[in-house]
Ligand binder design. Structure first.
Ligand code: BGC
Length: 440
């Protein structure tokens, strides 16, 4: 097979989310999100997201670091409560922050990739039922319109929701993320509302964007890695990838209705109604996949017969097995025939600033090479992969895990807010500089 290069306009970048890096949780007219008011007892070490990396104040320095690293693109999310702090109110200062950020990125030659929702539901929306109430659909639509009006002269790349399966599963089923609910019976309604909100947002972006948009969604994805590469093993893994995986919620549950307009037959009849499916399946330009570990022995389920025994783990105990990235790209493309963006992929390590003042993180550099090798394999096999967003640009607030897990390319001292580029950031720069020529 011909050894193909990464495409010329490949979106090399790194990702973040508003609540995880911005801080300034109650400044300049921002409203509160469900994470801002999270009970400290629910978060490791009683950490809060209130200051985080203070990116809200330090964004210029951060963009300068991105430029130094040679990033071609940067995926970030907009804080809904910073834009709409209360029902019916628009916060111009909040809008200004993102306009300034986009301008700063533009000046640095970095393409912005905007995610509209990365889990920070405004408290006022939650008070009206949050994602359980169908009112969220209209509220999200209105918020999307405000953001599109403000940013779409410069922003081309849009993602509606980040990992609906996670914020619904973790926030409303297992009660480990805000709003810390256990509402298993609400699953159908929650799923339907998220899907319809996504669909409305897509329509708004298409209708009002000033420059022709590229629209997608970022899915918590992943795959079962086949036992071997025989056709039989691949088909078994493919089947499991769409039907099992994240507990009850395999890839199929979320992706089939949104990306293929196909009903999910296994559970209930809620979003299988023709009317809903027609609405939910809006044409998309790409699908984003957030990929971390194979489903084979993931903590949320897995298959004992396909366990990958031993092997390397991240500091969070997540299995490191790069093959998951190739199989996710392969399976998702085969099924939905859409260009695929790796919208998140990365690893948490126990990083420290060493005596020489640097952060030596060889495991992360190795991780990036390994996983990108699998992206290359997919590209070689004609899967249209359009970009790779390392998770995450800088160490940040890792939800209920607080500040301990460090996923960043940039080390953040959370006491002083000082940033240090890790060795892996320099390694990633070299990869980008050669457009991936150093990847095997
Ligand atoms: C989320 C990120 C999170 C990362 C690591 C993804 O599921 O989108 O916000 O920090 O995983 O846990």
């Amino acid at each position: 097979m011909m050894n193909k290069d990464f495409p010329k306009d490949f979106l090399w970048g790194a990702a973040s989310a508003a609540i995880q890096i911005e801080g300034a949780y109650n400044e300049d007219g921002k409203g509160l999100s469900i994470w801002d008011i999270a009970d400290k007892k629910r978060i490791k070490n009683g950490d809060t997201c209130h200051v985080a990396c203070d990116h809200y104040h330090l964004y210029k320095d951060d963009v300068a670091l991105m430029k130094e690293m040679g990033l071609k693109s940067y995926r970030f999310s907009i804080s809904w409560p910073r834009i709409v702090p209360e029902k019916g109110k628009i916060n111009e200062q909040g809008i200004k922050f993102y306009v300034d950020l986009v301008n700063e990125l533009e000046a640095a030659g970095i393409e912005p990739l905007v995610t509209l929702f990365h889990w920070d539901t405004p408290v006022w929306v939650q008070k009206e039922g949050g994602w359980k109430s169908s009112k969220v659909i209209q509220y999200f639509e209105e918020y999307t319109k405000i953001v599109v009006d403000a940013l779409s002269d410069k922003v081309k790349w849009w993602m509606t929701l980040n990992e609906p399966q996670c914020y619904i599963m973790n926030g409303y089923m297992q009660g480990v993320h805000a709003p810390f609910k256990r509402d298993y019976l609400g699953l159908n309604k929650l799923t339907l509302n998220a899907m319809l909100a996504h669909a409305k947002a897509v329509k708004i972006i298409r209708q009002f964007a000033k420059i022709t948009p590229k629209i997608g969604i970022a899915m918590a994805s992943g795959a079962f890695v086949p036992n071997d590469e025989s056709n039989e093993a691949i088909e078994i893994a493919r089947h499991k990838t769409f039907n099992e995986g994240i507990g009850l919620l395999g890839n199929g549950w979320w992706m089939d209705p949104i990306l293929a307009g196909k009903p999910v037959k296994a559970y209930g009849i809620y979003h299988t109604s023709k009317k809903h499916l027609k609405e939910i399946q809006q044409p998309l330009d790409f699908v984003g996949v957030n990929v971390y570990q194979p489903f084979n022995n993931a903590p949320w389920g897995g298959d004992p017969n396909q366990k990958l025994v031993g092997g390397p783990k991240s500091s969070l105990g997540w299995t490191i097995d790069e093959r998951v990235l190739y199989w996710t790209l392969r399976f998702v493309y085969d099924r939905y025939k859409l260009p695929v963006l790796v919208s998140e992929n990365g690893v948490a390590d126990n990083d420290v600033i060493c005596l020489d003042g640097k952060v030596h993180d060889p495991q992360r550099s190795d991780f990036i090479h390994r996983y990108l090798g699998q992206v290359k394999r997919a590209i070689n096999e004609e899967v249209p992969v359009i970009g790779f967003q390392y998770w995450t640009i800088m160490d940040n607030f890792e939800w209920a895990e607080g500040y301990e897990p460090r996923f960043g390319l940039i080390y953040v001292d959370f006491n002083t807010k000082r940033r240090v580029l890790k060795d892996s950031a320099h390694e990633y720069s070299k990869i980008i500089e050669t457009n991936g020529k150093t990847i095997n």
